[in-house]
Each structure stands twice: as structure tokens, then as C-alpha cells.
Design a protein around this ligand. Structure first.
Ligand code: 3SL
Length: 236
């Protein structure tokens, strides 16, 4: 049977090297939640970019340009990193270049993986189904915060690992076991569990409570974006 591992930070990712594995990149607050929402609302393709200047260069190619640094939209961008910016009337049929503090950096770090999926609480059931079709080892790559551990991505990793274990996946990685234990404690009220967590509070101070609530919702979306030839697509 395939196994599921959890990598708590992009800086640890080289330690998890497995050329045949499916990698799930997660940045619950908010990059991967925004990406999933974008595809559900009709985005054509998305490019996850590391740097601001490179992101802005996509404007000349007709892309919308989105993202943030430290939670705040950057000059010249069309919008920031709120999933609510990805309104169908804005993004339907459009290509989007996105650059964020952590989420897109994690996508770039894992871009050479056999397969890379974008995960969020918003698409967790659709993602799980898609992973089961692959029947391969899974590495959940938590974007964290500037290479540090964060709680919300770990909870997502635990939720996904629990679902996969329920389908026979092996849990031979202590970080997956730890993530599942945290998830078991958090799942009755994830928002309350995260009350004192660092990024939740960072976003709260930016008056982004509605974003937090939305990003912690299970299964609102059905898209499972994946990386193909360097570009995120959703193969419906
Ligand atoms: O770090 C990231 O990639 C972002 O998701 C951070 S924020 O929630 O937009 O501030």
C-alpha cells in the first residue's frame, strides 16, 4: 500500500525526496484556498511565481496578477490574496499569475515532483478522491510561515492523512501521526483551536476574519488544481 508523509516546512522538503510521490501543497491561510477558489470560479490557468517583478511581467501576457507579501497586496497587482477577489465575473476564462509569501514558494520548491496537487480544506474530499486514483505515496507539503511550522497547514495535513489512512494508506511518518493527533483535537471547532495561532492573528489584525472563516470551511469547492508543464490547471 502507498504511504502518506507530512513535511512541516518547505525547508525540510529535500529530506522527503521521493521521485514517484504525489505532493500536495497546502497553504490554508490563504494561498491554496485562493487558488482552489479561482479554479472553481472559472480561472483558465494559474502560474505560481516566486518573485514580485517576475509576477508583474505576466501583465504583458494578458494575465491577471495577484498575491501578497506579509498579507498585503503589492503595488501593480490586480488583487491581493483573498479568495473573495476571485469572483467569477473577474476571473472566468482568465489566466492568473500569483505570488505569495509562502504558498507559491512551496509550489516552486516542489515543482519537479512526479505530480503536484493544490490542497485546502475547501477541496479536501475532491482532492482525496483524486489522490486515491493515483495510488502512489503522498507527501503533504505544508507552506508554513517563512519556513517555520504553522498550525493551520498541519491541521489540514492531519485531516488528509486521516482520510487516506481510512483508505488503507500507511502511516510510517511521525509527522503524519502528530498531524492526525492535532487534527483530532481541532476538528470539533477548528476556528477556536486556531484562536491563538500566529497567522490567524496576523490576518485578524488585517481585518480578514471573513477570509479565515471561509478558508476553514470543508468541501465548498470541487476543483483539484495540479501542476502540468509548470502551470496550474484543473482537469475537470
Ligand atoms: O503566505 C502565503 O502564501 C499567504 O497565503 C499569506 S496571506 O494569508 O495571504 O497573508
Amino acid at each position: 500500500m502507498p504511504s502518506v508523509s507530512v513535511c512541516f516546512s518547505p525547508i525540510l522538503f529535500p529530506l522527503f525526496k521521493n521521485d514517484d510521490a504525489v505532493v500536495v501543497v497546502v497553504d490554508v491561510l490563504r494561498a491554496t484556498s485562493a487558488i482552489v477558489t479561482g479554479f472553481d470560479h472559472g480561472v483558465n490557468v494559474m502560474v505560481a511565481v516566486a518573485g514580485i517583478e517576475e509576477t508583474l511581467s505576466y501583465k504583458d501576457k494578458g494575465y491577471l496578477v495577484a498575491g501578497e507579501r506579509n498579507g498585503e497586496m503589492q503595488e501593480g497587482f490586480d488583487f491581493g490574496n483573498s479568495p473573495f477577489s476571485y469572483k467569477p465575473e473577474v476571473v472566468k476564462g482568465r489566466n492568473v499569475a500569483i505570488s505569495t509569501t509562502n504558498g507559491t514558494q512551496a509550489v516552486v520548491a516542489a515543482k519537479d515532483s512526479h505530480k503536484l496537487f493544490i490542497g485546502a480544506f475547501l477541496n479536501i474530499s475532491a482532492l482525496c478522491k483524486r489522490i486515491l486514483n493515483e495510488n502512489r505515496d503522498v507527501i503533504v507539503l505544508c507552506a508554513g510561515w517563512k519556513n517555520k511550522f504553522n498550525l493551520e497547514d498541519t491541521l489540514f495535513a492531519g485531516a488528509l492523512a486521516e482520510k487516506l489512512a481510512g483508505n488503507g494508506y500507511l502511516l510510517n511518518c511521525d509527522s503524519a501521526l502528530a498531524a492526525i493527533e492535532l487534527w483530532k483535537n481541532a476538528k470539533p471547532d477548528v476556528n477556536a483551536f486556531l484562536a491563538t495561532s500566529s497567522h490567524r492573528n496576523r490576518l485578524k489584525h488585517l481585518d480578514l476574519e471573513a477570509d479565515i472563516k471561509y478558508c476553514l470551511t470543508l468541501d465548498l469547492c470541487k476543483s483539484v488544481p495540479e501542476l502540468e508543464a509548470g502551470v496550474l490547471v484543473w482537469k475537470d
